[in-house]
Design a protein around this ligand. Structure first.
Ligand SMILES: C[S@@+](CC[C@H](N)C(=O)[O-])C[C@H]1O[C@@H](n2cnc3c(N)ncnc32)[C@H](O)[C@@H]1O
Length: 310
């Protein structure tokens, strides 16, 4: 059994912790099908080496506090910042994905921190950071689940929208929002029980350095959760051609296929940053129900949970 199969089978063993409703339309796929859809452009080792080379070139020319910033990517988010909470707008896929990704987060973090997943506020007592929080689509439900939440984003407009929206409810008004980067908070000496960065790594300047910052923000034995898009042909067809050009869910050019990471690459980058990936799941869109489901199919959208080494 290779490392990816072991990580996926860990999720199968624990899926009883995820609310049953998420599995009503569950389909299981073999991981060999998934592997075959990733184009054989480069081995994970070659890609990681390229990422690390880029990181070291970048860090020679930029202060560490700005090393994850990709200005072109940030401009795309700034341009549509007003639409974060329009459920039919450009962030519709994130709105639709939210219950599914929250089910994965609830399940993995409750197990990790020995919390009761059936409790209304299972994250009571936990300090979580949502890196690249955007308008707060994830930060808010995390706060409602009892966590003490910090949400950070590199785009000032996003943070302002997140603040305005969170202030409408006393529970979410407790969220600390800041326009900053993970690396800046590392410089400030901040740490958290769990660090989450959902759909962010594909937009940062250097993913390897970004993961090191996420790791540095996580306490020893803490948890890290990341989600992103696989650099596979299926992802090119669905996340770019279909989502941006045919269905026009997202503005054209939202995603650069070459910035995507395969699950193997993400696992390796995290491992080098002292985070062991323990579990991974795919998200699969069901066009009939309009819902996203957790699945073993990690060939397009996937989410990973890891633990920070001591
Ligand atoms: C696709 S959105 C995801 C938003 C949110 N995580 C979610 O899933 O609902 C990516 C977000 O990451 C932010 N971002 C991109 N690069 C960043 C960086 N280096 N540091 C902090 N935020 C960043 C963008 O401004 C944008 O809000």
């Amino acid at each position: 059994m290779n490392q990816m199969q072991r990580i996926l089978s860990a999720r199968r063993l624990s899926h009883s912790l995820i609310p049953q409703s998420c599995f009503l339309h569950r389909r299981w796929f073999s991981t060999s099908e998934t592997d075959a859809s990733s184009p054989p452009l480069s081995s994970p080792h070659q890609k990681i080496q390229t990422l690390e080379d880029k990181a070291s070139n970048k860090s020679r020319s930029t202060a560490s506090a700005t090393s994850s910033l990709n200005e072109q990517e940030l401009a795309k988010f700034s341009a549509i910042a007003d639409t974060w909470w329009h459920s039919e707008g450009p962030f519709k896929p994130l709105h639709l994905m939210n219950p599914t990704r929250l089910a994965f987060i609830r399940s993995t973090l409750c197990r990790h921190f020995s919390k009761d997943p059936s409790s209304a506020r299972p994250f009571e007592g936990l300090r979580l950071i949502d890196v690249g929080c955007g308008g707060g689509l994830l930060s808010e439900p995390l706060a409602r689940m009892g966590a003490t939440v910090t949400g950070i984003d590199a785009v000032d407009k996003n943070v302002k929208i997140a603040r305005l929206h969170a202030d409408m409810d006393p529970v979410t008004s407790t969220i600390e929002y800041q326009c900053t980067t993970a690396e800046k908070l590392v410089d400030d000496g901040r740490t958290f029980d769990a660090v989450l960065a959902l759909e962010v790594i594909e937009h940062v300047a250097n993913p390897a350095e970004f993961c090191k910052s996420l790791s540095a923000l996580t306490i020893p034995n803490g948890a890290t959760v990341l989600s992103t898009i696989n650099r596979s042909m299926r992802a090119y067809a669905s996340a770019i051609v279909a989502a941006e050009y045919i269905l026009q869910w997202l503005p054209k050019g939202t995603h650069e296929w070459s910035s995507f990471l395969t699950p193997e690459e993400l696992t390796m980058i995290l491992q080098r940053a002292s985070v062991d990936v323990k579990e991974m799941a795919g998200f699969v869109y069901n066009p009939i129900t309009g819902r996203w489901l957790l699945s073993d199919d990690i060939s397009v959208n996937f989410i990973a949970y890891g633990t920070k080494k001591e």
